[in-house]
Write a protein that binds this ligand. Structure first.
Ligand code: ZN
Length: 188
């Protein structure tokens, strides 16, 4: 289909809550193709529909590497139905070229979603794998949440953003992550 423009941090649609998909129509399967084409063209491991300006609950992930065959997973109307543990690791986002920071995530997640053929499926990602973290990162995009919102405080977030000449964070958007912090403290 087509490689689309990836919206950069600062674009208002990245902050919108996306709408559920009611039918896996041709419009949606075309969108899925565009998401995959765009993600692969940028060597990303995940891309969410709002990042190409479509505020619907769809994202794609492919964590295959090197010579492994491509392994795209399409998530339509995903719901995280189980989550546990905690892990902190470095993350980036195609909407923030070159910016990286440590982000706290659940170590294990179970997700229910619909695929591009309209079939429901459940996927479990454990042990803080790239898949587990990517699912949470992309899922956030559907709720207008960006990885930078997971910083400890506005100073940490602004330090990352300033380094790349990006606008400061709205401190009200930072997420309270007591549960993850307590879980991480247990691991130390
Ligand atoms: Zn992202």
């Amino acid at each position: 289909m087509a490689v689309r423009k990836v919206l950069r941090y600062g674009e208002p649609s990245l902050r919108e809550v996306s709408k559920d998909v009611h039918k896996v129509s041709k419009k949606i399967t075309d969108l899925v193709r565009d998401l995959l084409d765009t993600m692969y063209s940028q060597n990303g491991v995940g891309l969410a529909a709002p990042q190409i300006g479509e505020n619907v609950r769809v994202f794609v992930i492919d964590v295959s590497t090197g010579n492994e065959p491509l392994n795209p997973i399409v998530f339509i109307n995903p719901k995280i139905i189980k989550k546990s543990g905690a892990i902190k690791s470095n993350e980036g986002c195609l909407s923030f070229p070159e910016a990286y920071t440590d982000v706290k995530r659940y170590k294990n997640v179970m997700v229910k979603a619909t695929n591009e053929h309209g079939k429901p499926f459940v996927i479990e990602a454990k042990d803080g794998t790239l898949l587990a973290r990517a699912i949470q990162h992309e899922y956030d995009h559907l709720d207008g949440i960006l990885f930078i919102d997971h910083c400890m405080n506005r100073f940490e977030a602004d330090a990352v953003l300033e380094k790349y000449n990006l606008p400061h964070i709205d401190p009200d958007l930072l997420i309270d992550e007591k549960e993850l912090e307590e879980e991480l403290a247990k691991n130390d």
